[in-house]
Design a protein around this ligand. Structure first.
Ligand SMILES: NC(=O)c1ccc[n+]([C@@H]2O[C@H](COP(=O)([O-])OP(=O)(O)OC[C@H]3O[C@@H](n4cnc5c(N)ncnc54)[C@H](OP(=O)(O)O)[C@@H]3O)[C@@H](O)[C@H]2O)c1
Length: 312
């Protein structure tokens, strides 16, 4: 018997993760609608209600968020609109039509004081306005909708959108030396790998629904395997991209106090992902492997652009 059709809505499809979800391959029985901010503002309660009611979705994946960590300190209302009100609107609308929700959250809900990787039920205590708005969003989802999966991730980068990898590549191109914070630790996470994990979870949700099986709803951590400081991350970017860019700059370790920012960031952002592996069989590959793939894609993309420019 062919698998039942499964309708998915992806919000925030103009962002790093959303763009990957729009490009990844989904199971053949899935019908996936991707909406960028201009097509669906998740802070607009009426628009969200209408979209989810009329779309007949089985699942919503919320990849929309206000992610400018420093700007959130001064643009608190905008951060709360996207990160608290938006998820509340989505969860409530999903509840009204019986849809499930995969909502993405962050390592920045933690204060970084723990010495080991964070577990899902460790106490949250965000250091800044961004983390507080994301914590509030998690709470809205849990309160409004039992059928949710909250995926906390960290240090996301990819081919689409702005991110640390692209900033480091630009700085390498401009200067002989980059200075990068070495006393904050986390796991660099490829937006494509995170997207693939979401497709795997969505596929499981569809199977569970079809078979009437129980789904392990709840909160999970999902990052690439292994850990690094921002400095380690930049050293690896430079090593991988140096031959392509024709220069290998010095990557100088500095302390957080030498690089003051409006928002405080956790010193320990490491997330323990064993719960995700146990429940969904998902373990992301080592972060260096994922980074090498993205650097290669960026190199190809640049070579393609240069060829196009040369031929016009
Ligand atoms: N980036 C990271 O390092 C990181 C780390 C941990 C967790 N996360 C989480 O991972 C998820 C995906 O992040 P990302 O890196 O893909 O972020 P991103 O590249 O900033 O993408 C977020 C997208 O959401 C859109 N958006 C903002 N407000 C919206 C609204 N009210 N309605 C609809 N769309 C809206 C943004 O549009 P505009 O650009 O037009 O505002 C953007 O296209 C987020 O939940 C984020 O909190 C990210």
């Amino acid at each position: 018997m062919p698998a039942e059709q499964f309708k998915v809505l992806v919000t925030g499809s103009g962002g790093q993760l959303g763009a990957e979800l729009a490009r990844l391959s989904w199971p053949g029985n899935f019908q996936v609608a991707c909406k960028a901010r201009g097509e669906l503002d998740i802070a607009d309660r009426a628009a969200v209600g209408t979209e989810i009611q009329d779309g007949g979705y089985d699942l919503v994946v919320n990849a929309a968020a206000f992610t400018a960590v420093d700007r959130a300190e001064s643009e608190t209302q905008a951060a709360l609109a996207a990160n608290q009100l938006g998820p509340a609107n989505l969860a409530q609308a999903c509840g009204r039509v019986g849809a499930a929700l995969i909502h993405i959250s962050t390592d920045y809900v933690f204060d970084g004081a723990k010495t080991a990787p964070y577990l899902e039920d460790d106490t949250v205590s965000p250091l800044g306005a961004y983390g507080r708005s994301k914590e509030a969003g998690e709470g809205e989802v849990r309160r409004a909708l039992r059928r949710h999966v909250i995926l906390r991730t960290a240090w996301v980068y990819g081919v689409h959108g702005g991110n640390f990898v692209k900033t480091v590549l630009r700085l390498i191109g401009e200067r002989g030396e980059v200075r990068i914070v070495a006393d904050q630790h986390g796991s660099p996470t490829s937006s494509r790998d995170l997207g693939r994990a979401i497709v795997t979870i969505a596929t499981r949700l569809a199977h569970d629904r079809e078979r009437g099986a129980a789904t392990p709803w709840g909160t999970y951590h999902c990052v690439n395997d292994g850990e690094a400081s921002w400095h380690d991350f930049a050293v690896e970017i430079a090593a991988l991209a140096g031959p392509w860019l024709g220069r290998t700059p010095r990557v100088v370790p500095i302390s957080t106090s030498e690089y003051p920012t409006p928002a405080k960031r956790p010193a320990n952002s490491r997330l323990d992902c064993a719960k995700l592996e146990g429940a969904f069989g998902i373990r992301l590959r080592p972060w260096r492997e994922a980074l090498a793939e993205v650097i290669e894609d960026l190199r190809r993309e640049q070579a393609h652009t240069q060829r196009e420019e040369a031929s016009t």
